[in-house]
Design a protein. Structure first.
Length: 239
């Protein structure tokens, strides 16, 4: 998978070179490239924002640098095969937005099947609305929200989405079975996990986990999922 990220704070994404996603980049499973939006400006101040039409507080990100960035990232070949064949799939262009669809594990699974993702990180009062309209001519546009709250910019959301999506790419996580048993994969929260020692500060591991009865353990874990979901996220059980 190729992932391009556009931000005015590219160093924000240095953390994505660590751990499993860092290894995926080293082995060629994931091609992650972070770009500075200011590289597509042409004034000496590298201006990316201006006052909003109609008045109001704050500044709005200008369409010109975004248009040039999208042109550059959607016209270049994604990989050697695309360069050789002269073919490329249209990218999915994602803008974090509190006005977008809510990001879920199902969204992560869906986006993990894409060949090319482009993330655009907004700042200030947001990006000129025409950028989204223009981007729709270049690929599939998705406005996605992490939840019903507002952040200073899109970087945190893109970090979270990139990690959630990237770990689902085949070969990124060493044991694929671990992905199946996680919270939200089947609509429920994950059961609790335990390791050695069996007694720690007078707190014991549930005896069923020490029984060796795999059928009983599976049933217990399922019940734990249901109980935990009822207690912490009853909304997930609706319907």
């Amino acid at each position: 998978m190729r992932i391009d990220v556009v931000s005015i704070f590219p160093s924000y994404f240095d953390g994505l070179t660590l751990s499993l996603l860092g290894k995926a980049q080293e082995t060629g499973i994931l091609d992650l490239r972070v770009h500075d939006l200011r590289d597509w400006t042409h004034d000496r101040h590298r201006t990316v924002d201006d006052t909003p039409y109609g008045g109001g507080a704050g500044m709005v990100m200008k369409p010109e640098p975004w248009g040039e960035a999208l042109d550059a990232l959607t016209s270049a070949p994604v990989d050697e095969r695309a360069q050789r064949d002269g073919t490329r799939a249209k990218p999915t262009i994602i803008f974090p937005s509190p006005a977008g669809e809510v990001f879920t594990q199902a969204t992560a699974r869906e986006l993990a099947t894409r060949e090319h993702l482009i993330f655009g990180c907004g700042r200030y009062e947001g990006i000129d609305e025409r950028v989204f309209e223009y981007a729709a001519e270049l690929g599939e546009v998705r406005l996605i929200s992490l939840g019903d709250y507002v952040l200073n910019g899109g970087e945190v959301a893109v970090m979270a989405m990139t990690e959630a999506i990237g770990r689902l790419i085949p070969g990124v996580v060493g044991n694929p079975e671990s992905l199946v048993e996680e919270s939200h994969e089947d609509g429920l929260l994950e059961y609790g996990s335990y390791t050695k020692p069996s007694v720690w500060r007078d707190l014991e591991v549930p005896p069923i986990l020490l029984s060796g009865n795999h059928g009983a353990i599976a049933a217990w874990r399922r019940e734990q999922q249901l109980e935990r979901t009822r207690a912490r996220r009853p909304d997930l059980l609706e319907g």
